[in-house]
Design a binder for this molecule. Structure first.
Ligand code: BGC
Length: 691
């Protein structure tokens, strides 16, 4: 945590002294859907916020959820946080954050509502694509540079959703019952680093309750932990509609109330707060404290002194950075017969099957939606790369349910109704089943005529979506049937999945020799995917989460506690993600940290420097293609009186090597290795015990 800047604090103090009660009230609540009130007579501007994290969201009218509808809010569409996490690359996290910050500034924003850093407790959470990982260490190692990247542009990051916000079902009301140990070791560390190391200027309180109390008026989370223990002097902003009581919110360490309705004066921290202060039920000092946090934020962002950096958006440099992150996010899951990379000069005819080959994803997912300047789909990426010299045929192969007429209202306008979140079960009627059967048969019939087939399916934002959890991990739209049949016709079919969270692969994974995983990887996602398929880029993505065989193999489900009802008990404790599977020997489909390359790497001369708490080793590229590998270090307790995870990620480094090259890699850890076993390798399943 940086020392508080006394000069700025004093300036904020002198402004505060000039404010009337009405003016103070104006700055602590939304006066527009994405802005607080201003005090023009003292030069205090409104605080202008916008959603991230995959780019700066389109412009809404101030008081209704309708687009402004101009052409000036198209932006760079960045890889989602799951994709970024799969890069295991801190520099790319910094650069991605920097693009977001510069674009937010360029669009005139003060606060960007991201990154989302909640832990992936279950693969079914609909917002997992906005989050990094199931592992607190990987999350924080990427979130910290990301936030630093954003904030160098005089824009505040708003790290969200604090805290323990891990599902969408009943998201506004669900009461998370959690014990201190799991809270401290799994769910809070990334927030701790975000505010203490990255100095995130703002933080967003979550919708849910934790142990009976709503997060945006939570004594233990906001007062005891965030302010007192972590000494946070940034600004706490509520999620949109997450405040429930004037007195409790006023007396908590929340600073700004935002919501989705346009009765701004009726927000809990608006007229009702003024009334409570005038009647003496709330002390004015608590309001002053909130105003100080807001004014200090404005000082930090140079919003008042005029000495502020300018940003820009839609630059070539931003698109390049989006592409670099997308390239490293692709995970090669299986390449049994080394069918990949494909050789472009050897292919005259190529068949591409699957809706995700031809689907743009930017505009979906909830508040993370992006009005992308453009989005290269995988099909376009492939065609671009092949340059017109091969005949590429595309067949959709399956279809979604026809969308009913779009409702007049924006989903967010009604998002406070019905608990705000649901679990979606896939349903198909007879007519839809018949239609899919016909589409499948058509695809299979054409497939018989092709030697080279790439299937590109997966999920879309009907599943990976705010306000929505999946009921299971099954691929939707009968894709399993199509993949199985395709593999019978052509066992060399390359199965490519694009999604924000893992899917079941059990019905076809043994038959598939080549499986590639892409995410919602931004405007250049299709370019990057094609470059990997054709070997222009050597894949170096590693899974930032466990790919379970079924969701039942995930601990939250194994203990029968997802999504719960009005409450959900985190009975699995600290055994989240691989910590559970590894300790209880539940075999995943693909383990945490897994990801293949077109080359091979060997680790040698591995040493542990106990005093410096680091591992040093040599990494050699033993193959014939330049590539990147991630050295992963896990620690486990030697002796312990209670059951603990057998391994926990505590360090990693990514390194690039030319063919035949050897580099010495040093992996530093924050924690000491005394009394612990040390494991080093390139995925959770490829580890060597060193100590
Ligand atoms: C989401 C937040 C988002 C806010 C503003 C809420 O529904 O939970 O993540 O920042 O809306 O759009």
């Amino acid at each position: 945590m940086k020392e508080r800047n006394q000069e700025r604090w004093m300036k904020a103090q002198s402004l505060l002294e000039k404010l009337t009660l009405d003016e103070k009230i104006a700055v602590v609540h939304g006066a527009e859907l994405f802005c607080t009130g201003a005090v023009p007579r003292l030069g205090i501007p409104k605080l202008r916020m916008s959603d991230g994290p995959m780019g700066v969201r389109k412009e809404f009218k101030p008081d209704c959820w309708a687009d402004v509808g101009l052409s000036d809010d198209y932006v760079t569409y960045l890889p989602c946080n799951s994709a970024l996490a799969a890069t295991w690359n801190r520099e790319l996290a910094y650069e991605t954050g920097s693009v977001l910050g510069e674009e937010a500034r360029g669009r005139g924003k003060d606060v960007i509502l991201g990154p989302g850093i909640n832990i992936k407790r279950s693969p079914l959470c609909g917002r997992n694509f906005e989050y990094f990982s199931e592992d607190p260490y990987l999350t924080k190692e990427l979130a910290v540079p990301y936030i630093q990247g954003v904030q160098q542009w005089d824009v505040a990051a708003c790290v969200k959703h604090f805290a323990v916000n891990n599902q969408e079902t009943e998201r506004l009301w669900v009461d998370v019952e959690i014990e201190e140990e799991a809270l401290r070791t799994i769910y809070l560390p990334a927030f701790y680093d975000a505010v203490t190391k990255a100095d995130s200027y703002t933080i967003m309180g979550a919708y849910n309750k934790v142990n009976g109390e709503h997060c945006c008026q939570h004594q233990q989370l906001l007062d005891d932990i965030l302010r007192k223990e972590w000494k946070y002097d940034g600004t706490v902003i509520s999620d949109w509609g997450a405040v429930h009581d004037t007195v409790e919110a006023a007396n908590s360490q929340l600073d700004i109330e935002m919501s989705v309705t346009n009765d701004f004066d009726q927000y809990y921290l608006a007229e009702p707060l003024k009334k409570a202060i005038t009647e003496g039920t709330v002390k004015e000092e608590v309001l002053d404290e909130k105003v100080m946090h807001i004014l200090y934020l404005m000082m930090r962002l140079h919003m008042i002194d005029g000495n502020r950096k300018s940003g820009t958006y839609n630059t070539e440099e931003h698109r390049q950075k989006a592409k670099m992150a997308a390239r490293e996010s692709v995970v090669l899951l299986k390449n049994d017969e080394k069918r990949l990379p494909l050789c472009e000069t050897e292919i005259q005819r190529l068949l591409v099957i699957g809706e995700n080959a031809n689907c743009a994803h930017a505009a979906g997912g909830g508040s993370a939606e992006i009005k992308a300047l453009y989005e290269i789909t995988p099909l376009m990426g492939i065609k671009k790369l092949l340059g017109g010299n091969a005949k590429v045929t595309y067949i959709q192969g399956y279809c979604r349910k026809d969308k009913k007429e779009e409702p007049e209202t924006n989903w967010q306008e009604t998002s406070l109704e019905d608990g705000g979140g649901k679990t979606t079960h896939q349903e198909a009627d007879d007519a839809l089943k018949e239609k899919r059967k016909q589409m499948r048969e058509e695809a299979l019939c054409v497939a018989k005529e092709y030697d080279h087939i790439i299937f590109i399916g997966g999920l879309n934002h009907d599943q990976d979506c705010e306000g929505n959890d999946r009921a299971d991990m099954k691929l939707p739209y009968e894709q399993d049937e199509l993949i199985q049949e395709l593999l019978k016709i052509n066992p060399h079919t390359i199965v490519t999945l694009v999604a924000g969270s893992p899917v079941e692969m059990g019905t076809w994974i043994d038959a598939a020799k080549t499986v590639v995983w892409g995410w919602y990887a931004g405007m250049e996602g299709g370019t990057a995917l094609a470059e990997v398929l054709f070997g222009k880029i050597n894949p170096s993505g590693k899974l930032p989460e466990t790919f379970y065989k079924t969701h039942l193999d995930c601990s939250a489900h194994a203990v029968g506690e997802f999504p719960g009802g009005k409450s959900v008990a985190y009975k699995e404790g600290v055994f989240v993600g691989y910590r559970y599977n590894d300790t209880y020997q539940v075999q995943p489909q693909f383990c945490f940290g897994h990801g293949l390359s077109y080359t091979e790497f060997a680790l040698s001369e591995i040493q542990v420097e106990a005093k410096q708490s680091c591992v040093i080793c040599n990494v050699t590229n033993t193959g014939d293609m330049t590539g990147k590998e991630v050295v992963q270090v896990y620690l486990s307790p030697k002796l312990c009186d209670k059951k603990q995870p057998v391994k926990e990620l505590k360090g990693f480094e990514k390194v690039e090597l030319l063919p035949g090259e050897t580099k010495t890699v040093e992996v530093k850890m924050e924690e000491g290795v005394e009394g612990r076993h040390v494991w080093v390798g390139t995925s959770l399943e490829r580890l060597e015990q060193i100590m």
